[in-house]
Design a binder for this molecule. Structure first.
Ligand SMILES: CC(C)(COP(=O)(O)OP(=O)(O)OC[C@H]1O[C@@H](n2cnc3c(N)ncnc32)[C@H](O)[C@@H]1OP(=O)(O)O)[C@@H](O)C(=O)NCCC(=O)NCCS
Length: 159
C-alpha cells in the first residue's frame, strides 16, 4: 500500500474511483473531488495504491477552515477520503491511514497534527480513525451539508 501525489500520469485511473453510491455523501467521488483539488490553491490530491492499482483517494489541505480546530498549532486537514467500492473491507483504509502520518510529515512538515471531521452517521469511518490514533475533540462541526460531524485530531509529535 502506498500513498502518491496525483500526477498527470495517474489522473485518468484515479478519476474512476468512487465509494458505494450510498456512501458518496460522506466523501464525494474522485470525478468531482480530484478536479476540485486541482483547482484549489492549497489542496493536495493523493491516491492510495495497492501495487500499481489505484484503490482510494484523499485530499490534504493546510488552509482548510477545519484547521482552525487545532489553533494555535498548525495542522493539515484530511478531506474527501474514501476507498473505492470494489476494494473495501480488505484492510485498505486501515493501512492507508497508517501510511498517512509519514506522508504528512514528508509533504507538510509545518503541520503538527492531522484534523478531520467525520459524520456522526458514519460509525465505520469514525471507528477506523479512532483505532488509528485520532482523538475525539468532543467538538461538533456543523458546517457540512450532510449533518453534524465529530472533529478528530491526530497529533504528529508522537510519530
Ligand atoms: C470508511 C472506509 C474508508 C473504510 O474503508 P475500508 O478499506 O473498507 O476499511 P478497512 O477494510 O480498513 O476496515 C476498517 C474497519 O471497518 C470495518 N468496516 C469496513 N467497512 C465496513 C462496513 N461496510 N460495515 C461494517 N464495518 C465495516 C472493518 O471490518 C474494519 O474493522 P476492524 O478494524 O475492527 O477489523 C470506506 O468504507 C469508505 O470509503 N466509505 C465511504 C466514504 C467515507 O465514509 N469516508 C470517510 C469520510 S470522513
Amino acid at each position: 500500500m502506498t500513498l502518491r501525489t496525483v500526477e498527470d500520469t495517474l489522473r485518468e485511473a484515479v478519476l474512476e474511483l468512487a465509494p458505494g453510491p450510498g456512501e458518496a455523501r460522506f466523501s464525494g467521488v474522485a470525478a468531482d473531488t480530484l478536479p476540485a483539488a486541482e483547482r484549489h490553491p492549497t489542496r493536495h490530491a493523493v491516491a492510495i495504491f495497492r501495487g500499481e492499482c489505484p484503490v482510494g483517494f484523499l485530499a490534504l489541505d493546510e488552509a482548510d477552515p477545519i484547521c482552525a480546530y487545532t489553533r494555535p498549532r498548525p495542522s493539515v486537514a484530511l478531506r474527501a477520503f474514501f476507498v473505492d467500492a470494489r476494494h473495501q473491507e480488505q484492510g485498505i483504509a486501515t493501512r492507508a491511514i497508517r501510511r498517512l502520518v509519514p506522508f504528512v510529515l514528508a509533504h507538510h512538515p509545518r503541520a503538527e497534527a492531522i484534523v478531520l471531521t467525520v459524520n456522526v452517521a458514519n460509525p465505520v469511518a469514525a471507528g477506523l480513525y479512532r483505532r488509528a490514533g485520532f482523538l475525539d475533540t468532543g467538538r461538533i462541526h456543523v458546517g457540512g451539508p450532510t449533518g453534524p460531524q465529530h472533529v478528530l485530531v491526530r497529533p504528529l509529535a508522537d510519530g
